[in-house]
Design a protein around this ligand. Structure first.
Ligand code: GLC
Length: 448
């Protein structure tokens, strides 16, 4: 009996120790993640680059053969026309920096399996299979590092060209159950990632195509361990079946704030990721900037895509958009980097964000305010309001505030026409301390 009691006590102590060890481990892991995500959270704008043999005929990247819009062999023939003859990575990076982006993510390999670097483990690469004959990735990385941007590698986990990958197109399957072949593919995937990782140690991996297999099949855990083995703080996006650091909504702007603290909206300038000259459906810079402040307002990043031509030059529409972003981001930097998600929309009809100390509220006005903008439910006293990037101090006044009521009044800020930005005007509202909001339903006045 006594022995039984001792045993229970020992097991309970052990259990407590294990649980507390687990809790410590979880806390450590989440602190580590916060640290690792710091630069990403402050970066706000990234430029995505989709560059591959699909630019030769201007067909959709990889999907065009997968969806049988053209036969696989025809698609692959584009390799013969991929020259990179005017490739100037220094100019690309200069433009990316000019846009205000703090990081860039390039397709090292899309679903078609053609590597942009001189891979030693695969048959398909721009070096071996195209007249470009150079390691285009190496040249890009060199410039990114030189000009001090953060470096991201897009890598497609699935490879529809690989002889040991089960699927080739929507209608053509190489095999169903063949563990030996799958193992060979896995070894190949790990070897390519090992090449990328040990040679360039990027700051971020942007996986794609995870939907075709499970985490066990990809060995997502093993991949993460492989990558973090070299670069402990490398950031990994969500598309690796549950093992990533941040969410990657695509094209559609989230309406409700994403649950993940860290997220990034990837978005095209027209309707295509790769270069498609027939796609002239470009969004205006103004619309793309609105989307950008929408992301800021919800605490996320935007990863805006550019699509170089086969010779390495950029379509002029895309260059213009990068420059337009540059104008706006240079003027408004104080209200971009290092901000966090803003206040609920009931308080302000528009996009908002907060500085780190939460005592500056930024209001983004993508419209002409017709003289006045209004904030509701602000408990704080306002110390001053100015126009970001312009400096003009603005007049403001609180109405509907009675001294006996705890319900804050409405803050009206007077915005003259001459301070308006041609795209989006930003106001900074300096508060007397971290923001406090009244979220009630109002009150009956019982005592005047
Ligand atoms: C999609 C597509 C791909 C594109 C990517 C970018 O998942 O498969 O073509 O590269 O999104 O986000």
């Amino acid at each position: 009996m006594k022995f039984k009691h001792i045993l229970t006590a020992v097991s309970l102590t052990l259990l407590c120790q294990i649980t507390s060890a687990q809790i410590t481990k979880t806390i450590e892991a989440s602190e580590q993640k916060e640290k690792r995500m710091e630069w990403f959270h402050q970066a706000k704008l990234g430029i995505f680059i989709h560059w591959g043999i699909y630019a030769v005929n201007g067909v959709s990247e990889s999907w065009s053969f997968y969806n049988n819009y053209l036969p696989y062999d025809e698609y692959m023939k584009q390799a013969q026309g991929f020259t990179a003859s005017k490739y100037n990575p220094a100019e690309w990076v200069r433009l990316i920096k000019e846009s205000g982006a703090k990081y860039t993510v390039i397709t090292t390999k899309h679903h078609d399996g053609v590597a942009l670097w001189d891979t030693k483990v695969g048959e398909l690469s721009v070096v071996k299979s195209t007249p470009a004959k150079r390691d285009l990735l190496a040249l890009f990385v060199k410039e990114v590092r030189k000009q001090d941007l953060k470096l991201g590698f897009y890598y497609s986990l699935l490879d529809w060209s690989h002889p040991d990958y089960p699927n080739k197109t929507k209608t053509e399957t190489r095999y169903k159950d063949d563990e030996a072949r799958w193992k060979r593919f896995q070894t190949f995937n790990f070897a390519q990632l090992e090449e990328l990782n040990s040679r360039w140690k990027p700051d971020l991996y942007w996986f794609d195509g995870d939907w075709e297999q499970s985490a066990e099949r990809w060995d997502s855990k093993g991949i993460v361990e492989l990558l973090r083995g070299k670069t402990k703080d490398v950031i990994i996006n969500s598309r690796i079946q549950g093992y990533g650091d941040y969410a990657t909504p695509e094209q559609g702007v989230p309406v409700v704030r994403p649950k993940d603290k860290y997220w990034e909206l990837c978005m095209t300038m027209n309707d295509s990721w790769g270069y498609q000259p027939t796609d002239k459906n470009y969004k205006s810079s103004n619309i793309l900037l609105r989307t950008f402040v929408d992301c800021l307002s919800n605490g996320g990043n935007m990863l805006l895509d550019i699509a170089p031509k086969e010779d390495g030059t950029l379509p002029e529409e895309q260059v213009q958009i990068l420059k337009d972003f540059g104008r706006w981001t240079a003027k408004h930097k104080e209200a971009i980097y290092d901000t966090q998600a803003g206040i609920p929309s009931e308080h302000f009809q528009g996009y908002t964000s907060l500085n780190k100390g939460k005592d500056i509220l930024y209001l983004y006005l993508p419209y002409r305010p017709n003289g006045i903008v209004e904030i509701k439910g602000l408990v704080n006293k306002v110390n001053r309001v100015w126009v970001v990037g312009n400096g003009t101090m603005l007049n403001y006044k609180v109405h509907n505030k009675n001294y006996w009521s705890g319900v804050p009044g409405n803050l009206y800020i007077y915005v003259p026409e001459h301070v308006l930005d041609k795209d989006i005007t930003v106001l900074a509202v300096l508060l007397d301390g971290p923001i406090e909001l009244y979220r009630g339903e109002g009150k009956v006045i019982e005592n005047n």
